[in-house]
Design a binder for this molecule. Structure first.
Ligand code: IVH
Length: 672
């Protein structure tokens, strides 16, 4: 790789890595796997090693490896913030209750008093109050040390800045109180809708939205997010001894903390189980997400006697709701082609019921995910369904392997249209290169083709496109130009006048500009701007479709990923056939080439062999600055062939065509 090319890739990688850092650290919503992310970082590190002058102090390689917490100060928790052990069904809870009694030396027939609380699905935090004044607040972090999010917590209305007191309750000198920051389901939906409208990335779920909102370096952003807090546990409380957890919750309320009103005092196993069932019923109706209830031994002296393991207290347990997961066996993997050409692997498995719904297929997302989870055909896997999202394969139960499982192989050609399937470096998805002729992408292609910025064909909306495709009238975008009036009249709600209007609009679109035509083709990564750049730079579709990846990368705006996608588009035979068909149908493309004025104005150069004084792209840039242009190959239109060392076949071709052949020195004279 030459330095120029490396430079471009380095810039591209930095942009990508920064973007994925943002998704991961700020939004808590990564869109690529860790493995993919690591690959990007390694590629960047290697390039920076090979070209040390490309290293900059602000490169993400200088930052990666440090935890995100670096952005915040850290705060140690006086008492570690432990996690909770889980029980998944009633029998497991009964066993927990028995263990508690055995530990406390209490007869099995006695009832332990518990407190039940909804298990909030949010971000655990600890707040410290000194003499009733809020001092610092932190996230749970690794349980021992959290991130200082004091300023952010202060923006949440549920966080009391000063505690209330009355005659019935004193204010402790130091109070450490724990709770959960969360976002209500409805508010989450509104936030995401707004973000979608603004073209901002969406949060995957309310918990990520809460975490992402709380962990903002700019508290002003947190302030704008609809966050709530429920308080439910104590750290250090100086000067007051509570007899029970229930009493503590009541004190919290008096001090002005928000405590979940669905918390209950429960006597014995039966009441716990009844509470659990009730809450499970209520689950969908609640304003917030919960994945179970937390059951805590009420008496503090019992809690102290029971103590904790290194991970979790022995006096509390998370009693989880029925999983939205199940296990099954993968029988086959098929590949789905989406509207944009993404080829998604889908596992087909023995039918299972998850949360009352029978499921037979689930997405495997992409190749990296398959590798990460090491999924194979024949594997016993855990599948999950969460809310309205598509079921997915979560993990493989490796212990159930027999040895006959088969690896999943991505198809080399598209199951819908037979075109090549490729995976572009730096992207997670495989893509069908069929573009214009792939039926899976056809409706979307037509819509894009007709849009204002494209061929600007008015009157062909989604409903018409759908019918044209479903009835088999239009099999590729070029078929639009062969539509007859009686084809249109076969469609629903189509009158003679409307049909005429559409046919006229199609006819009018035949006279178009190259930049619009290029954009209309829907080449991946080629937006309006790039279409214009390509049109001005190269002037004709014939030239553009012959460009090599290197030649495309000669353009300032084009990096390797984009160059590759343009190159690949034109390597696909079917795409070229459709373009040919469009031209045959009478589409006339006005050349857009911008002739730059300068000493080389109107002159076209071709290079062959290696230059000694500059790189190809430097030479090209120079020519263009002076108003000339550089062609990829020799043709009659070429004025000069510049010959470097070890020239290729272009030299012979140029001789045959009688093109002027000049040396590098002569070329340098011309440009200086
Ligand atoms: S009590 C030592 N109560 O669940 C007791 N935790 O899986 C631990 N959580 O880190 C905290 N709702 O962030 C407690 N009502 C509740 C809770 C709750 C949610 C979270 C908390 C904790 C995690 C443990």
């Amino acid at each position: 790789m030459e330095r120029e090319e490396a430079k471009k890739r380095v810039e591209e990688l930095r942009e990508l890595i920064n973007y994925h850092n943002y998704r991961y650290y700020v939004l808590d919503d990564p869109t690529i796997s860790d493995a993919e992310y690591d690959r990007l970082v390694i590629e960047l590190q290697q390039l920076e090693e090979r070209f040390p002058d490309l290293k900059t102090p602000d490169s993400p390689t200088q930052r990666v490896g440090h935890p995100p917490a670096e952005k915040f100060n850290t705060i140690p928790h006086t008492i570690p913030m432990l996690s909770l052990d889980n029980v998944f069904d009633e029998d497991e809870f009964i066993a927990f209750d028995k263990r508690v009694k055995r530990f406390l030396n209490i007869a099995d027939k006695e009832h332990i008093e518990y407190v039940g609380e909804p298990k909030m699905d949010g971000v655990g935090v600890e707040l410290v109050y000194e003499d009733g004044v809020f001092k610092v607040g932190s996230t749970r972090g690794d349980g021992f040390i959290g991130e200082d999010v004091t300023s952010n917590l202060k923006t949440i209305p549920d966080v009391p800045l000063v505690l209330k007191s009355d005659s019935s309750i004193r204010i402790p000198r130091r109070l450490e109180v724990r709770g959960e920051v969360y976002m209500e389901k409805k508010k989450f939906a509104i936030l995401n809708r707004r973000r979608g409208e603004k073209g901002e990335p969406l949060f995957a779920n309310p918990r990520n939205a809460a975490a992402g909102s709380l962990r903002q370096l700019d508290p002003m952003i947190t302030a704008k997010r609809p966050l709530n807090v429920f308080f439910y546990a104590a750290g250090v409380v100086e000067g007051i001894k509570f007899k029970t957890h229930w009493e503590f919750l009541k004190a919290l309320e008096k001090w002005g903390f928000r405590v979940n009103s669905r918390s209950r005092l429960l006597r014995g196993v039966d009441e716990v189980i009844r509470y659990y069932r009730e809450m499970a019923e209520l689950r969908e109706e609640l304003e917030y997400e919960t994945d179970g209830v937390v059951i805590k031994v009420n008496r503090i002296d019992f809690q102290e006697r029971l103590g904790s393991t290194s991970k979790a207290p022995r006096w509390a347990v998370a009693f989880k709701f029925e999983a939205k997961q199940a296990t099954t066996v993968i029988r086959d993997v098929v590949f789905n082609v989406g509207r944009t050409g993404a080829v998604t692997p889908v596992a087909i498995f023995d039918p299972v019921k998850i949360g009352g719904v029978e499921v037979t297929r689930a997405t495997l997302h992409n190749e990296d995910e398959i590798k990460r989870k090491d999924v194979r055909i024949g594997d016993t896997v855990v599948v999950q369904r969460a809310g309205d999202v598509i079921p997915e394969v979560v993990s493989v139960i490796v212990s159930k392997r027999k040895g006959s499982e088969k690896r999943i192989v991505f198809p080399e050609s598209c199951p819908e249209c037979g075109a090549r399937v490729i995976r572009i470096e730096g992207e997670a998805a495989h893509r069908c290169t069929g573009g214009l002729s792939c039926p899976a992408q056809l409706k979307e292609s037509i819509k894009h083709f007709c849009c204002k910025e494209g061929m600007d064909i008015e009157g062909i909306g989604e409903k018409i496109i759908s019918q044209l495709v479903d009835k088999g009238i239009v099999k590729d975008i070029a078929d639009l130009y062969f539509l007859r009036k009686d084809d249109l009249l076969k469609l629903e709600r189509m009158g003679s006048k409307l049909a005429d209007n559409i046919l006229n609009a199609i006819e009018r679109s035949k006279e178009t500009k190259l930049e619009k035509f290029l954009y209309a083709l829907g080449i991946r990564n080629v937006g309006e701007h790039l279409a214009r750049v390509l049109a001005r730079e190269f002037g004709s579709i014939e030239v553009i479709r012959e460009l090599s990846v290197e030649e495309l990368m000669g353009i300032r705006e084009i990096g390797p990923v984009v160059a590759e996608s343009i190159y690949n588009f034109f390597r696909e035979k079917r795409n070229n056939q459709v373009i040919q068909k469009l031209l045959k149908a009478g589409v006339k493309i006005k050349s857009e080439r911008v002739e730059k004025r300068g000493v080389l104005s109107g002159k076209t150069f071709v290079f062959t062999g290696a230059l000694s004084g500059m790189t190809r792209s430097e030479a090209k840039k120079k020519v263009e600055e002076l108003g000339g242009s550089v062609a990829p190959s020799v043709s009659k239109k070429v004025d000069y062939l510049v010959v470097g060392s070890e020239p290729g076949s272009k030299l012979d071709e140029a001789k045959k065509l009688g093109i002027r052949i000049i040396t590098e020195e002569e070329f340098i004279k011309m440009i200086s």
